[in-house]
Every structure is written in C-alpha cells, then in structure tokens.
Design a protein around this ligand. Structure first.
Ligand SMILES: [Zn+2]
Length: 416
C-alpha cells in the first residue's frame, strides 16, 4: 500500500512538472538531452592532463610521501572543480605477516614467480582465472616488478625510491549533494595508489583521472542531480583493498542518518550502488604465441563492465551492469561496453555483498588481465608516455559511459 502511494506521488510530481513547463512557454523541447550535453563536457585533453598530473608523483605507492602528496593534489583538484566539501577517511595500515596474506594479491611485496628480465613465457590452453572465469588461448606470466633497476629513467627511479612505512593512511572524497534525495547516493571510485617502479599512469591514474573528470562535470554550477554522488579515490588498493575495506567498516552503519537531526544533512547517504574504475586505457588483445602484443589498440577494444555473479547483491549488480551497457550504446562515442560476471580484485569487492557493485576496466580482470593482456601492468613501463590517443580514448569512453549512466540514475539536469 505504501509503495503504491509512493508511486502515485511520484507520477503526480512528474505531471506537475510537465504542467509547469507548459505554463512557462509551451511544450518542453523534446530534442534537448541534458545528458548529451554533460557527456560533451568530457574532454580527451582534460582527461589526459589529469592522468599526467598524477604521474608527477611517480607510482604513488601507499605509505610514502609521494602518495600523501598525491592525495593532497587530488583534493585540491576536486575543490577547483567545485566539489568543495572534501573529506578524508583515516585508517591504519600494517601488512599482515608473511605467509598470511589471503586474497592472492601479495601487495607491494610481489606475487607469483619472478620473471627473468625481458623474458616473456607464453603458454596456451585453458586455466581457471581469478574471479572464476576461464583463461583460454595464449597467456603470459604476470607479476609486480620489485626491481628498481628495471626503471631505466633515473629521475623517475629517484621519485619512486622512498619505501613504504606502516602507519596511518588517508584517502579523499567529495560529494555532489542531491536536490530531492540528499539521503541516497551512488559511490564512484578509482584507486590512486600504484606500484611497480613506473608512474602508475594506467593502473590506476586512468581510473583516478576518470573519477576526477566526472566530479568536474557533475559539479559544474549549472548541473543538478536529484540523488547524491560520492567521488572517492581509494588508497591501498594494491595491498589488498585496505582503503575500501576501511570505508565500509567505518561508514556502513551511518547510512541514511540525518546528522544533526533536522538539518537536512546526511554525512553518509544510503548506498544505492558502487562503481569502480581500474585500468582504463589498454586493450591490445591477447598475447601472440611469441609472448608479444600488438603495439596498437585493437579496433574491437571495449570497456569491460563486470559484476560478481556469486555475490549476495548479484541480481541488482547485473541489472546495473546492463544499464551501463545501454548507456554506453546511447552516449559513448568510439568504443562499446561488454558485460561480464567475474568482477574481482578491485575496490568494488568489499561492497558486493551489501549493494549492487560493478567495475569498469580495459579488459576482464580475471580472464584477460590475468592472462597477460596488459604487459605494462605493475611494470616500470606503466608511464604516461607509453600510451597514445587511441588508448586514452578508451578511458574517455568509459568516462562517457559512467557519466551518462549516473546522470540517468541520479536524475541529472542542466539549469538553463
Ligand atoms: Zn589497479
């Protein structure tokens, strides 16, 4: 009964809005699409500039001065975009003792067998992937580079030199407050930390810059959203999603509470969904039999939208993923989106049993990244100069996809 009356109120509001529009100057302009205008405000050069800006802090490894400087820089950018209500999550990070680092990530201390310099061992056949899928065809060994001498640029090697120390950590977020539902929000994230003695340009400068560009567009002075959107740049993803886990631990119970009472303020709006962006640039296809890859973005490159089929919120997450695919078809300019059911190893993971959670990537994490489709992953070559505009454009198309989907989900409009 309650639900029915809510729906009736909803349609009454819509009817009232239409009536008002008519009274103010005839029929509404049905050709005008505010989402199209918002998507057009994304810009390849601005996206690239944000990635480049992040690379000044090298690999931004957690627990270092360069990581802390990057958090400060990101916060200053968010404020400059008009997302001025920045806040930080504070937590302690101490690595678990060796031999007890579940989750298969291995953190900054590396993972998997060491690979001799320059060698790429290609194998073929089927193998089970992380996240549950099947790796098929040619695959190469992947690992985290721990050897400073592999960074041939002495300047960058010096920037990346300070080791991580255990202790307090911070990560920054800001929030676009909804006009009619300030108590409900979507969480949009990317992780700002990296490792491997490069610049973490793709992993995950590309996802961090994407979230920052969405914050810029949604916080334009003329953009309104009915529901809230939180833009968050996770720390400690590479050590085991510790920043995202800290967020869930600290804030899950605060959801939807007005504080102070009667203020109309909701420090932690109710979570409607979580959308993560991790490694957005490089889709050059499967390794060849000799272990090398195509030097060019493959023409059939796509944005991989993944949900976790085995999670408690899988049904909602699946619908959210397909909603993104539809938004991509309608609004993205160059590259399609593809839906998969094996989301894994990124900051949406701690949310997946609580709310619908998805991740966007250049490739499927388990079957493709895990099989060596990105040779720069956690390597000294993950640098801004490694990628060209065809690569950056894949990230831009992911930004267009998320922006359009979010604009629809939050009822975004442009005030004329
Ligand atoms: Zn990553």
């Amino acid at each position: 009964m309650r639900r029915i009356s809510y729906l009736l109120i909803g349609s009454a509001v819509v009817a009232l809005g239409a009536a008002r529009a008519n009274a103010q100057g005839g029929a509404a302009d049905t050709a005008y699409d505010p989402i199209k205008e918002m998507v057009a405000r994304l810009d390849l050069e601005k996206y690239k500039a944000a990635i480049k800006g992040l690379t000044q802090f090298g690999d931004r490894r957690q627990g270092t001065d360069r990581n802390r400087a990057a958090v400060d820089w990101i916060e200053a950018q968010l404020k400059s975009y008009g997302c001025t209500n920045t806040e930080r999550i504070r937590y302690e990070y101490t690595p678990p003792p060796r031999g007890n680092r579940g989750g298969g990530r291995g953190g900054t201390r590396g993972r998997g067998p060491a690979r001799p310099a320059g060698s790429v061992i290609a194998t073929s056949g089927s193998a089970r992937a992380q996240g549950g899928g099947m790796m098929r065809g040619v695959r190469t060994v992947t690992n985290v580079n721990l050897d400073s001498t592999k960074q041939v640029d002495a300047k960058l090697r010096a920037i990346d030199a300070q080791p991580a120390t255990d202790g307090p950590r911070e990560e920054v977020y800001c929030t676009k407050i909804g006009t009619t539902h300030p108590d409900e929000m979507y969480i949009v994230g990317g992780h700002m930390d990296g490792h491997g003695w490069g610049e973490a340009a793709n992993d995950d400068g590309s996802g961090t810059a994407l979230v920052m560009q969405l914050a810029r567009v949604f916080n334009s002075p003329d953009v309104r959203t009915q529901r809230s959107i939180r833009f968050i740049l996770w720390n400690n993803e590479e050590t085991g999603l510790n920043g995202a886990r800290a967020y869930v631990a600290q804030r899950q119970a605060l959801q939807g509470k007005e504080d102070p009472a009667g203020s109309g303020k909701y420090p932690e709006p109710k979570w409607l969904g979580m959308i993560q962006h991790d490694m957005m640039l490089f889709d050059h296809g499967m390794p060849r039999e000799d272990g090398t890859l195509s030097p060019e973005q493959r023409p059939e490159a796509d944005v991989n939208v993944e949900f976790a089929g085995a999670s408690k919120a899988a049904d909602g997450a699946m619908k959210l993923a397909w909603f993104f695919q539809t938004a991509n078809e309608k609004y993205a300019t160059d590259y399609p989106a593809r839906v998969g059911q094996h989301m894994t190893n990124t900051d949406s993971d701690p949310f997946k049993d609580i709310i619908p959670a998805i991740s966007l990537r250049e490739n499927e994490r388990g079957e493709q990244i895990g099989a060596g489709w990105d040779p720069h992953w956690h390597q000294p070559t993950d640098r801004y100069s490694t990628f060209n505009d065809k690569d950056f454009r894949l990230g831009l198309n992911a930004a267009q996809t998320t922006l359009a989907a979010l604009a629809e989900l939050t009822g975004a409009t442009i005030k004329k």
